[in-house]
Design a protein around this ligand. Structure first.
Ligand code: SAH
Ligand code: SF4
Ligand code: F3S
Length: 445
């Protein structure tokens, strides 16, 4: 066949959903002769899968596109494509700004990537396709999965929540759920490829509506042979059901970890964010979860500097963090997204105040995370081995069921093994451990 040795360099920004989409696009492109390369100079096609959740995410993408201008000049046959959320948001503007971009493909059209690339191979003409943001769900999927132990399976696309700060509903369209049979088939396919851990993905998995509840879906996937660990994200606190809590508590391989973004710790700001729950309701939910699943770890997302945030609101948020005791929190500075309601709100917060509040928030949470991790010292935990660490091939990494990262000295463990590790050191964002109790001479760096 003609051109079977074409090379694709994929650059993925943003969240897990983008990782999953990139794997799907790579699968489609494989069908037309593209294999993955890490080497930019060797690439015939560079595809950037973009994020626009914050201004910083967009700046990174624009910088990257700019850098490819010289590459394109040196190699005119190179095809440069931009997909994902920023492609959906900006459309033809991207080509106006950077005419060396060949195509812009919106989020609802990602399964059309092979057709678009073939068209450009035939005839060099810009293509912009962002027409159908709530595009239908592709039934034919051939994901070219990265990694070897853990992988993502999307169960739904889009978001209907319209939190006032958030661009996602505009660039990902309305909620659509995949059919359970398709999800089961894809999970089985991933297990057959050797993956041990499956993470079910959606912007808000609690509103899954594929003919069964999310709790039922999770329980059904838990029964699939070979799924040694099962995770899910993200949960919206407004509709995390008792049924779901019971499914996790009664599950076989459902990991005891819930990522439950709270976004803020004061009712006034939560209301302005359109999060539709109160601090009180969130705290009650946490209590209920912990009563049913004692080993649960809870993580969250928080935004500081939302318009109208006062010192009192912020102090309430710090108190809230101290009250909940999250295992970890991802903290963001509010970024104004044009087109969202909050972009037009009064009392936008200045940069200096935002940074000061972010630092204060992180200080409070880091101390809590460290304390939580210290509580694990000398205990033995089961980890799923991921492989060698990025910096040292004698140090391997794995994760606990609670999703904590553990470093340990490699002996003969292989990626994908479930092993017991005794925790010997605790830091804010990671743990270190030994694979055998006696091996106490080793301390991972
Ligand atoms: N659907 C998920 C994830 C959405 S994006 C959820 O609802 O939790 C991931 C995180 O980015 C959000 O949880 C939020 O904390 C953050 N985020 C979204 N919009 C933002 C903005 N305009 N500025 C700063 N952070 C933002
Ligand atoms: Fe954005 Fe809110 Fe939807 Fe999450 S639930 S993607 S924060 S609008
Ligand atoms: Fe994800 Fe960023 Fe899009 S967070 S859904 S890739 S805007």
């Amino acid at each position: 066949m003609r051109g079977m040795d074409k090379k694709l360099k994929l650059l993925t920004y943003g969240c897990q959903m983008n990782v999953a989409d990139s794997e799907r696009m790579a699968g489609h492109l494989k069908q037309i002769g593209y294999s993955l390369t890490e080497d930019l100079a060797a690439a015939d096609l560079i595809l950037i899968n973009t994020c626009c959740v914050r201004g910083t995410a967009e700046d990174k993408v624009l910088g990257q596109i700019g850098r490819f201008k010289t590459l394109k000049r040196e190699k005119p046959s190179l095809i440069l494509g931009v997909a994902g959320c920023m492609a959906q948001k900006e459309g033809a503007n991207l080509i106006k700004r950077a005419p060396h971009v060949d195509f812009v493909l919106g989020t609802g059209q990602s399964c059309e990537v092979a057709r678009v690339v073939q068209s450009i191979e035939r005839e060099r003409k810009h293509i912009v396709d962002t027409s159908n943001v709530s595009g239908s769900i592709p039934t034919e999927v051939f994901p070219l999965r990265g990694g070897q132990v853990s992988t993502f399976v999307p169960i739904m696309y889009g978001c209907n929540n319209f939190c006032t700060y958030c661009i996602v509903p505009y660039v990902r369209g309305r909620e659509r759920s995949r059919q359970p049979e398709e999800i089961f088939a894809e999970v089985k396919q991933a297990v057959a490829e050797g993956f041990k851990e499956i993470t079910l993905l959606g912007q808000n998995v609690n509103s899954y509506s594929g003919g069964m509840t999310f709790a039922e879906l999770l329980t059904a996937v838990d029964k699939i042979a070979g799924v040694e660990r099962l995770r899910f994200m993200t949960s919206h606190p407004k509709d995390l059901s008792d049924e779901l809590i019971a499914s996790i508590a009664g599950g076989k391989n459902i990991c005891e970890h819930i990522h439950l973004p709270v976004q803020y710790g004061s009712d006034k700001i939560l209301k302005r964010m359109n999060r539709v729950y109160t601090v009180e309701k969130y705290l009650r939910l946490v209590e209920k979860i912990r009563a049913a699943i004692p080993a649960v770890s809870l993580t969250t997302d928080l935004i500081v500097g939302f318009p109208g945030e006062t010192e009192e609101d912020f102090a309430e948020t710090l108190d809230f963090l101290r009250a909940v005791q999250f295992d970890a929190a991802f903290t963001f500075i509010y970024s104004k997204r044009s087109g969202t309601p909050a972009a037009t709100f009064d009392n936008q917060i200045d940069e200096q105040t935002k940074h000061r509040r972010l630092d204060a928030l992180m200080n409070v949470q880091n101390a809590i995370s460290l304390e939580k991790n210290r509580a694990l010292l000398d205990s033995t935990v089961e980890i799923l081995v991921e492989g060698a660490s990025k910096t040292d091939d004698k140090i391997f990494t794995g994760r606990t069921r609670s999703n904590k990262l553990v470093l340990f000295a490699h002996e003969n463990e292989r990626a994908g093994d479930l092993i017991n590790v005794k925790i010997t050191q605790a830091q804010t964002w990671l743990l270190k451990g030994n694979t055998s109790g006696e091996n106490s001479g080793f301390v991972a760096p």
